[in-house]
Design a protein around this ligand. Structure first.
Ligand code: SMG
Ligand code: MG
Length: 374
């Protein structure tokens, strides 16, 4: 059984509502999807991978157009040159290409999905997931007014989400955090995410968040500021969780060693793929560091994959694996993912377990590139 990459697609989907973070506001997403195939005894099985880059290089240095170019011109040709391509080898083969973890992750995901579907095996089974559902948290963007924010948060509580995460930035932190804590009461788990918007000089200010009994503060400082995070962690009672900074197993182990990451947000795209994400889960578990599964406004493809990954035992905190309708209206490219009793089901189907809606997918497609070698 050997895999090949066949197609790179770009789709365009509108968000149900604008999503504002410390680095910008999104109203829609351009998303790259990769299709791979595996042929066994003349039977062709396809698999799909989703690339989590944003439209612009603001969350990280990767972005849609850059990822499309590096996939087309550098990464796919390297994989096409391999005779017997397997998902387990993709990260090693692409290793000599520096950076571009989200682009690499999409390729590995497509190959892995095709391979597992051909074997009739689920990703959850491959990595040893035993849970059948995961607690679902929701990420709430920065709102223009506190009233609007509270209205949104109430809606999510009604939807059953078991944990609220609020985006913050300098000038929009203590007041909305106080208001949300007041609304949800002391028992609903509540955390904040700064997307690297603060500096080392903000420690005293950020310590004021300790009054609100937050589960964690996510990525307060710059991606490369491990030492700053470790100093901040000493100054705050609220645990410091890293997202953007965790770019590899090595960085993760170092961040824990330095005391910069008391909790880790795991995102497969940020670390180069679901297989590496699994190893990061293992290393955190072995060091007693709690992890949770992050989100990148994925379609049902990446969302299903995240729900499977988050089924591993070390994911002891609710993740940003919300219902598809949190971000998307009716135009979703897979069957919807729902939150039931505050939980999302771990997909049991072959591969990453999503079921594509071809019609919607084709309608949302804005361009298609052939990845087969000429
Ligand atoms: O998919 O639920 C989701 C989004 C969760 O807030 C979320 N992601 O920094 O954790 C994060 C952000 C990154 C994406 S913002 C464009
Ligand atoms: Mg984050």
């Amino acid at each position: 059984m050997s895999a090949r990459l066949v197609e790179l697609r770009e789709i365009h989907l509108p968000l149900v509502a604008p999503f504002q973070t410390s680095f910008g506001t999104q109203t829609s997403r351009r998303i790259l999807l990769v299709r791979a195939e595996v042929e066994v005894d003349g039977v062709v099985t396809e698999g799909w991978g989703e690339c989590v880059t944003g439209d612009e290089p603001t969350y990280s240095s990767e972005y849609v157009d850059g990822a499309a170019l590096v996939i087309r011109s550098v990464l796919a040709p390297r994989l096409a040159a391999i005779d017997n391509l397997h998902a387990a080898d993709v990260a090693r083969i692409l290793g000599p290409v520096r950076g571009h973890p989200m682009a690499k992750a999409a390729l590995e995901m497509a190959v892995l999905d095709a391979e597992l579907r051909a074997e009739g095996r689920s990703f959850a089974a491959l990595i040893g997931v035993t849970r059948d559902r995961i607690p679902s948290g929701v990420s709430v963007g920065i709102h223009p007014t506190v009233d609007a924010l509270l209205h949104t948060v109430s809606g999510y509580l009604d939807d059953g989400y078991v944990r609220i995460k609020l985006k913050i930035e300098p000038g929009c932190d203590l007041e909305p955090v106080a208001a949300v804590r007041d609304l949800i009461g002391p028992d609903v788990p509540f955390q904040v995410d700064a997307n690297a918007a603060y500096s080392r000089h903000d420690a005293e200010h950020l310590a004021k968040l300790d009054a609100f009994d937050l589960l964690l503060i996510e990525q307060p400082l710059a991606e490369d500021d491990l030492l700053g995070h470790s100093e901040l962690a000493k100054a705050l009672a609220t645990p410091v969780c890293l997202d953007e900074s965790i770019t590899s197993e090595t960085v993760c182990a170092d961040a824990i060693e330095l005391g910069a990451a008391e909790i880790v947000n795991i995102k497969a795209g940020r670390v180069g793929g679901y297989l590496t994400a699994r190893r990061i889960h293992d290393l955190c578990r072995d060091r007693g560091v709690p992890v949770w599964c992050g989100g990148m406004l994925e379609t049902g493809i990446g969302r299903a994959a995240n729900a499977a990954l988050a089924g591993l035992d070390g994911f002891t905190l609710p993740g940003d694996v919300s219902a598809s309708r949190r971000f998307w209206a009716e135009d979703i490219v897979t069957e919807p993912i729902d939150v039931v009793d505050g939980h999302v089901a771990v997909p049991t189907g072959a591969g990453f377990g999503f079921e594509l809606d071809r019609e919607v997918l084709d309608r949302a497609t804005t361009s298609t590139v052939n990845l087969r070698p000429a």
